[in-house]
Design a protein around this ligand. Structure first.
Ligand code: SAH
Length: 236
C-alpha cells in the first residue's frame, strides 16, 4: 500500500492524464506487472463516462450520504456523483490526477493517501477499477480493514470492485507461477521517459475477501459479477 503522496517527477499516470486532457488523445501509460498481462492504460479509458460498465453503474447507484471516491484518477465517478447532486470528495495520491480533477471542476479534492486520512468520516467509500488493489497485499488488506473503521460513520459502507485472477486466467496458468497469494502483484508504470516507483497491487477473490473481512468484523455482500472474474462487493 502506498502511504505517501507521489512526487510529480514520478507520476506517470498523472502526467499522461494531463496530456490527454490537453488534447493528446492517444496518450497511455505502460504498465509492467509481475503477474497480469496488462501492457497499457489509456487516457481514453481513464476518462470514460463514470457509469459505463454495469458494475460501475450499480456501484454509483448504491452510493449514499457523504462519499469518498478513493483513488479517483481522472475523477470520472466523482463528476458523475457531483452531477447527481451527491456530496462527494475525490481522493488521490497523484498530483497529476488532482490537477486534472481541478481542471475538470471536481469540487472537493483531497491530495492524500487513504492510509493517511484522519479525523474524517464518510457514509460511503467508493473504490472502483479494481479498487481494492490499493491495499497492495493480503497484509495490506488486514490494515485496510483497521483503517476504514474510524473513517466510516455508523452504518457506513465500502463499495469496491476486484477481480479473481483464477477465474480470469485459469488455475493452471496463475497458481504455479507464484509463491504466496496468487493475486499479489507489483506494477511499474511508465510514460514517455518518466518511470514511476514500483508499487504493490492486490487482486482478491471474493471468498478470501470475505474471510479477511469477517476476521475484522465486517460483512461482505456480493452485489454483482461480470462473468470474467470481476465483481462488485459491498462491505459493511
Ligand atoms: N477509480 C479511478 C482510477 C483507478 S486507478 C477509475 O475508476 O478510473 C487507481 C488510482 O488510485 C490512481 O489514480 C492512483 O493514483 C490512486 N491511488 C493509489 N494508491 C492510493 C492511495 N493509497 N490513496 C489514494 N489513492 C491511491
Amino acid at each position: 500500500m502506498q502511504r505517501s503522496i507521489l512526487d510529480s517527477k514520478k507520476d506517470p499516470l498523472g502526467a499522461m492524464l494531463l496530456d490527454y486532457w490537453n488534447g493528446r488523445e492517444q496518450a497511455f501509460v505502460t504498465v509492467d506487472s509481475t503477474l497480469v498481462e496488462m501492457s497499457k492504460m489509456s487516457g481514453r479509458i481513464m476518462f470514460r463516462q463514470g457509469d459505463q460498465s454495469p458494475i460501475e453503474h450499480q456501484a454509483l447507484a448504491l452510493c449514499r450520504g457523504k462519499i469518498l471516491d478513493v483513488g479517483a484518477g481522472s475523477g470520472c465517478h466523482s463528476l458523475y456523483l457531483q452531477e447527481q447532486g451527491q456530496e462527494v470528495a475525490a481522493l488521490d495520491i497523484s498530483p497529476g490526477c488532482i490537477e486534472v480533477m481541478e481542471k475538470r471542476q471536481v469540487g472537493q479534492r483531497l491530495h492524500n493517501s487513504l492510509f493517511n486520512l484522519e479525523n474524517q468520516k464518510y457514509d460511503t467509500l467508493l473504490m472502483l477499477m479494481n479498487g481494492l488493489g490499493i491495499c497492495g497485499t493480503l497484509d495490506g488488506l488486514n490494515l485496510f480493514f483497521q483503517y476504514i473503521k474510524p473513517l466510516l460513520r455508523e452504518g457506513g459502507q465500502v463499495l469496491a470492485d476486484s477481480t479473481d485472477l483464477e477465474s480470469l486466467y485459469g488455475r493452471e496458468v496463475i497458481i504455479p507461477e507464484k509463491d504466496g497469494y496468487y493475486g499479489e502483484t507489483t506494477f511499474v508504470m511508465g510514460y514517455k521517459d518518466m518511470k514511476g516507483d514500483p508499487f504493490e497491487w492486490l487482486y482478491i477473490d471474493y471468498v478470501t475477501l470475505t474471510y479477511y473481512a469477517a476476521f475484522h468484523g465486517w460483512q461482505c455482500d456480493l452485489i454483482m459479477e461480470d462473468g470474467t472474474g470481476k465483481y462488485l462487493v459491498r462491505i459493511h
